[in-house]
Design a protein around this ligand. Sequence first.
Ligand code: CTP
Ligand code: MG
Length: 494
Amino acid sequence: MKGEEAFREREASEIIDRLKPRLRPTLEEIRKAMDAFKEIKAIIEGALNETLKGIDYSVELEGSVAKGTAISGDLDLDIFILLNKKDLNNAWLRESVVEPLVRKFSGITGYGVSLRYASHPYIHLITPSGVEADLVPAYRASSPTEILTPVDRTPFHTRYINEHLSEDLKDEVRLLKKFLKSVGVYGAEIKSEGFSGYLCELLILKYGNFLNLLKGIMKWREPQVVIIDEDVATEASELRKVFKSAPLIVPDPVDPRRNAAASVSRRSLALTMIASYEFLLSPSERFFNPPQVGEDPGTLEEVLHSTGRSSVVVIWRMRCPIPPDVMWGEVKSAGRSLANVLKSRGFVVTDIRFWDIEELCLMAAYIEVFKTFDNYVLRRGPPRLGPELLKFIHKHLNESPVHAWVGYDGTPYAITRVGKSFNDVVSEYVNTHPPKHAEVAIVCNDLGCAISALKEKVGPNAHDILNRFIYWLTEAVLKTPPWLAGGDISTGST
Ligand code: CTP
Ligand code: MG
């Protein structure tokens, strides 16, 4: 690794200074968002004053618009209906709050309404003026120790950030969010398994500005503990024990029992570290506005072939409507199980990645293996002592022409004839283990087929969707993230 002296901080600062004003929402955007909030609030009160007789509640703006950390062009509202009712449960919320509101907004021309339900029921709205809003019912707790569900913490987060984050730092938060979005690791949802808006705010509070944070990230070691508020902090060693499997631990200053970075996966953390290093070494606006690179499927197939890889694309149509977290959770878990099946059959799985068109409830998975030999595969047995190890060795003892053995690392191995081809294993698995909400699955053995299959689903005129699919496939094959380089194709044959 190059030392800090190689970092081009002056150039990085120049880029950052150019970006800051562009990321700041305009007065016009803020006015439009606030007008939408006022209108929605009045409609909610009109509907709930009838159904919630005697229950004290208030409608409040939370999230990045309330904290002043939203990015220009992306002012989505988080509107909370805070109820003073201790015995809240999902069935009651649905019946007394969510469903009356869905009926109310559905009856107003110009509003797009969808009921969303992952672990907590809420509503997604698009107003006639095009503003998007989540309406989230929650319990109005008097302190974070009194909360009933995780969403009840949100008003405390809004208050904490508004009390601690200065105007200057809001620009730094926006830079960080935009950077992480470009890297694909922004958002606590299952889709990104990344950094929430609140976590971005906390990290900027801790490190003082965007560049300092990037330099700080270069020094992070897993499991990394970042303490925001020393007064409520526990010893780092203790925190590592409590939040055992978390690669990043940031105790929430409003409720230190919770890890505010619980959503950040090892993959997201690794990508963030790489992007931080590369940006500091060769600063470029590319890290904030990555170019989209799309190659034709024939060229990509050639690259795959010449670098010893095979891939399969699976497209699922899920039963609509379905909350994104449910759709992503089911498909990611199917992908992980499929990878395990492939590994246990001796395939070297090099990549599994996912893609969605949320509005059409379509999901795709790209599964890639490294080709070893055509007729034989290496199987790895259970590395721990026990009956499974004996079963593995015994099963493969009379395999021809090589017997099973225990390797230098203590792991049992066997070389066996390939039973089913990669494509057959994937097809069989996809057909026998559909995600719960999947309706149809298509398995494509080459990228051209995948593009045609998607075209059939979305129609030939959905150029925007098809292009995004091609960008995704291009990145899957070339592996170079668009923020890193311009996607230079070289098959290695010249
Ligand atoms: N929230 C929630 N349920 C939703 C939407 C939001 O509980 N359906 C809560 C989140 O837990 C978070 C706050 O509302 O504490 C804001 O969420 P989010 O919109 O993800 O983050 P922001 O800070 O608003 O950042 P962004 O600019 O990405 O909107
Ligand atoms: Mg928000």
